[in-house]
Design a protein around this ligand. Structure first.
Ligand code: GLA
Length: 703
C-alpha cells in the first residue's frame, strides 16, 4: 500500500509488517523519514514537519538523510550517483513528478522523477513493495534526455539506492564473506566510524562476499530484535558501502560496477537501469529476517519455485575428466537404482576436453567419447526413469579450442598485453553481439540435439584483462557482460521452457538475487565435506532458501577434500538440508552402502516438501558441538541435527523447537512416537546423538 500526503511531498509505503516513508523538501531534496514498524500517514507527516538541524560550516545537513545522494552540492558522503559531461561534473536535479502504480505485477510501485537541466539527465527512482512481503525493491533509471547535439553523459558511478537507518547508540553489521571452498561464512562486527565496504572487483558475484548485509542495534538475536537488511540483484562486479557518519547516522549505498572510474556512457536518447537493491526490515531477529527473505524469493524471484527440485546425481567427483559413455551408463544405472531423479554429466563430454587445458568453447560432443552424440545416453537415462543434464561453461574459452583459433578477438583482452590465463582459460566478451549470437546458436543446437532437461552453467575464473580493443567505451563490458549473460539465459529459458538451469561458479561464486531470478538452483560450494558444509549452508541460509541450495553426498575419506572420515548417515543428513544430490563414485559403493543410500533418498523424498518449501528455523549454529535446523510447513516439521563431538559425561542440550502449536501433539512419522507441542517448544527434543560426527532426522506430523 502506498499513501501520499504532505501536499504530494510525503510518501508512505506499508508492507505486511513494516513501513517506509520519505519526503521532498521545498528545495527538492529527497529525504528519508522512516524504515521500521508500521506507522500511519499522519505519523509520517509529523516526522516530515520536524525541523532539520542547520548547516554548520563543516557539516552538511543532507548527509545520511538523503534517499539518493548525488555527487555535487553540499554533500560529503559517498554518493550513489556521479555523473560528468566534458563541461560539468556532478548532479543538481529539479523534481518533476511522482507516479504511483498500484496493483501492478508483483507489487505496488512508487516512481519519483527528477531532471538535471544542465547535463540533460532524467533520473527516475523506483520503489516497489513486493506483494505479501516487507521487501522494498529499489532501483534507478538514468536517461539522457537531451537533443542530438548535446554532449554524452558519463555515469562514473550509478548505484541502485541508499538505505538510511534510524538513530541508535550502536550498530552491528552482519555479512557473508569467504573464498573458494569456504563460501558464505557469517561474520558479525560492530560498526565503527567510517566505511565498511564489501563487494567484488572480479566480474562475477564472487566467493569473497555475497551481496547482502544486515544491520542491527547490537541487540538482535536469532529469534528477537529488529534487523535491517539489504541485498543486491547483480551477478557482476558490485559494491555495498556501509557508512557510519560523524553525527552517528548510518547509510548503505550499493550497486553494480567495478570502480568509480566509469560505468556507462550515455548518448542522447540512451538510458541505464541499475540492478535492484532490495531492502527489508523485520522484527523477530535474524531468523525472522531470513524467513522473510526466503518467502520473498520463493514468491517473487525464483522461477517455478512452487515445484520441488529433484534428487540429482553429478558425475564430476566420480570421473573428473575420464568421461566415457559406458562409464556414465554404469553410474546412471546405480543412480537410478538408489532413487536418483536427475542424472548430470559434468565437465569432459565435449570438444577435445579430456583435461582442463582444451576444448572450452566447442560445445559439440567429443566424437571419441560420444560418437553418436548425447542422445543415446540421454535416452538411456530417461529409460531408467531419470531426467538428463549436462555441464557447460559458455562464457569461457581455452586457447586450445576451435573457437579461439577462429576468433582470438572474441575474448576480453588489452591490446599488446599478455592474456592472463586462469585454469588455462580466457573469458569471452559477452557484451559483443556476435559472441552472444554464436553461443545462442551453439547452445540452442545442443539442447535440440538430445533430450536435455538440465544445464549446470559454470563460470570458473575472474575477469583480469577486461579490455575491448576497438570499442569507444571498453569499460562498459563490466556491466554489459552481465547484461549479455542475462539476455542469453533469458532467451534460452524462453526457447526451452522445460530445461532447468543451475548457476555454478567454481562452487558458490555466482549466487545473488539477479542470477536466482533466471536459474532454478545454485551450486553452493565445491567443498562437499559434510562438516565444513554446515557453516557454508548456515551462511547461505541467512539470505537464500533451501529450495535452491544444492548439496551432494560424496565419497569419504575424500582426497580431493580434507580426507575427513564421516559416516554415510552424517553425509546424507548434511546434504538433506537443501536440494539433495549424490556426487560420489557409485560404482565403487558396496551393496550395504547402496542399500543405505536408497533408504536415505526415500527418507529425503518424504521430508522434501517441508525442507524445500517450509519455513527455516536455525535452532543452534554450526559453531556449537550440537547444531540443528528445523523446517515447518503446515502440520509438518522436520529437524536435522548434527553432533560434531561428544565429551564423556557432558549432558547434551535438548533442541527447543519453533513454530509449533503448544496445544497440539505431534507424531514421529518414522516411529509413531507421540510428542506434546508444549514440551517440544519449552523443554525441547532429545536427539540421542552420540560420539563424533553423528546426525539424525526427525519428522513430526501434527495429530
Ligand atoms: C567447477 C565446478 C565443479 C565442476 C568443475 C568442472 O569447479 O564447481 O562442480 O563442475 O568446475 O570443471
Amino acid at each position: 500500500m502506498i499513501d501520499v500526503g504532505g501536499d504530494g511531498r510525503v510518501w508512505l509505503l506499508s508492507g505486511t509488517g513494516s513501513s517506509y516513508a520519505l519526503r521532498l523538501t521545498e528545495r527538492d531534496e529527497l529525504l528519508h523519514l522512516h524504515w521500521g514498524p508500521r506507522i500511519t500517514l499522519a505519523d509520517a507527516e509529523a516526522l516530515a514537519a520536524e525541523p532539520l538541524p542547520g548547516h554548520r560550516g563543516f557539516e552538511s545537513l543532507l548527509d545520511g538523510r538523503e534517499e539518493y545522494p548525488v555527487e555535487g552540492g553540499p554533500r560529503f558522503v559517498r554518493p550513489a550517483l556521479t555523473t560528468r559531461t566534458e563541461a560539468v561534473r556532478g548532479t543538481d536535479w529539479v523534481y518533476e513528478e511522482y507516479q504511483v502504480h498500484e496493483g501492478g505485477a508483483g507489487g505496488d510501485e512508487l516512481r519519483l522523477h527528477f531532471h538535471d537541466p544542465v547535463q540533460h539527465v532524467d533520473i527516475a527512482l523506483h520503489y516497489r513493495l513486493r506483494t505479501g512481503t516487507d521487501v522494498i525493491e529499489r532501483w534507478a533509471t538514468l536517461s539522457h534526455g537531451g537533443g542530438d547535439r548535446t554532449a554524452p553523459v558519463e555515469l562514473l558511478r550509478a548505484d541502485a539506492a541508499a538505505w538510511s537507518l534510524p538513530v541508535r547508540d550502536h550498530w552491528r553489521l552482519s555479512h557473508l564473506h569467504g573464498r573458494w571452498a569456504a563460501e558464505s561464512q557469517l561474520a558479525r562486527t560492530d560498526l565503527s566510524h567510517g566505511e565498511h565496504v564489501i563487494g567484488s572487483r572480479r566480474g562475477h558475484t564472487s566467493h569473497a562476499h555475497l551481496p547482502w548485509i544486515a544491520l542491527d542495534a547490537g541487540d538482535a538475536g536469532e529469534e528477537h530484535g529488529e534487523v535491517w537488511s539489504a541485498a543486491l540483484a547483480w551477478s557482476g562486479s558490485w559494491r555495498i558501502a556501509v557508512q557510519l557518519l560523524p553525527d552517528g547516522l548510518v547509510q548503505a549505498v550499493g550497486g553494480a560496477g567495478h570502480d568509480d572510474a566509469g560505468l556507462v556512457l550515455l548518448a542522447p536518447g540512451e538510458s541505464y537501469t541499475t540492478p535492484v537493491f532490495a531492502g527489508l526490515w523485520t522484527d523477530g531477529g535474524f531468523g525472522a529476517s531470513s524467513r522473510a527473505w526466503h518467502a520473498y524469493q520463493l514468491a517473487h524471484v525464483i522461477p517455478g519455485a512452487e515445484q520441488s527440485r529433484p534428487v540429482l546425481y553429478n558425475s564430476w567427483e566420480a570421473t573428473y575428466f575420464e568421461v566415457s559413455e559406458a562409464g556414465q551408463r554404469a553410474l546412471a544405472r546405480r543412480a537410478a537404482d538408489v532413487g536418483v531423479e536427475l542424472f548430470v554429466v559434468d565437465d569432459g563430454w565435449f570438444g577435445t576436453r579430456t583435461h582442463d587445458a582444451a576444448g572450452l568453447g566447442d560445445w559439440t560432443p567429443n566424437p571419441d567419447r560420444f560418437p553418436n552424440g548425447l542422445k543415446p545416453l540421454a535416452d538411456d537415462v530417461h529409460a531408467l526413469g531419470m531426467q538428463f543434464g549436462i555441464w557447460v561453461e559458455p562464457e569461457m574459452v581455452n586457447p586450445d579450442s576451435d573457437l579461439y583459433r577462429a576468433h582470438p578477438d572474441w575474448v576480453q583482452y588489452q591490446p599488446g598485453r599478455r592474456r592472463t590465463e586462469f585454469r588455462n582459460q580466457l573469458i569471452l566478451n559477452l557484451a559483443r553481439d556476435d559472441v552472444r549470437d554464436y553461443l545462442w546458436q551453439q547452445l540452442d543446437t545442443l539442447l535440440h540435439s538430445a533430450p536435455i532437461d538440465y544445464v549446470k552453467w559454470d563460470f570458473n575464473r575472474c575477469f583480469t584483462d577486461a579490455g575491448w580493443p576497438g570499442d569507444p567505451y571498453p569499460q562498459r563490458l563490466w556491466v554489459d557482460h552481465v547484461h549479455g549473460l542475462y539476455a542469453l539465459l533469458d532467451r534460452l529459458r524462453a526457447a526451452h521452457p522445460g530445461v532447468a538451469f543451475e548457476s555454478c561458479s567454481g562452487g558458490g561464486g555466482r549466487i545473488d538475487l539477479g542470477i536466482l531470478s533466471r536459474t532454478d538452483q545454485v551450486w553452493t560450494s565445491d567443498n562437499t565435506d559434510p562438516l565444513d558444509r554446515l557453516a557454508i549452508q548456515d551462511g547461505f541460509s541467512q539470505i537464500h532458501p533451501a529450495r535452491v541450495m544444492a548439496a551432494w553426498v560424496t565419497d569419504s575419506p575424500n582426497e580431493q577434500l580434507n580426507d575427513r572420515v564421516s559416516s554415510l548417515r552424517y553425509r546424507f543428513v548434511s546434504s538433506m538440508a537443501g536440494v539433495l544430490g549424490i556426487g560420489g563414485d557409485l560404482v565403487k559403493w558396496s551393496e550395504d552402502e547402496l542399500t543405505e543410500a536408497r533408504e536415505w533418498i526415500t527418507r529425503y523424498k518424504t521430508i522434501r516438501p517441508v525442507v524445500q518449501h517450509g519455513e527455516l528455523y536455525r535452532l543452534r549454529p554450526p559453531s556449537e558441538e550440537l547444531s540443528a535446523v528445523q523446517y515447518v510447513r503446515g502440520d509438518e516439521t522436520v529437524v536435522l541435527a548434527w553432533l560434531r563431538h561428544q565429551r564423556h559425561g557432558e549432558p547434551q542440550p535438548a533442541l527447543r523447537l519453533r513454530g509449533l502449536d503448544p496445544a497440539a501433539t505431534y507424531s514421529d512419522v518414522a516411529t509413531g512416537e507421540v510428542h506434546r507441542g508444549a514440551v517440544l517448544l519449552h523443554h525441547g527434543l532429545r536427539t540421542g546423538l552420540r560420539g563424533d560426527l553423528d546426525a539424525a532426522v526427525f519428522h513430526f506430523r501434527r495429530n
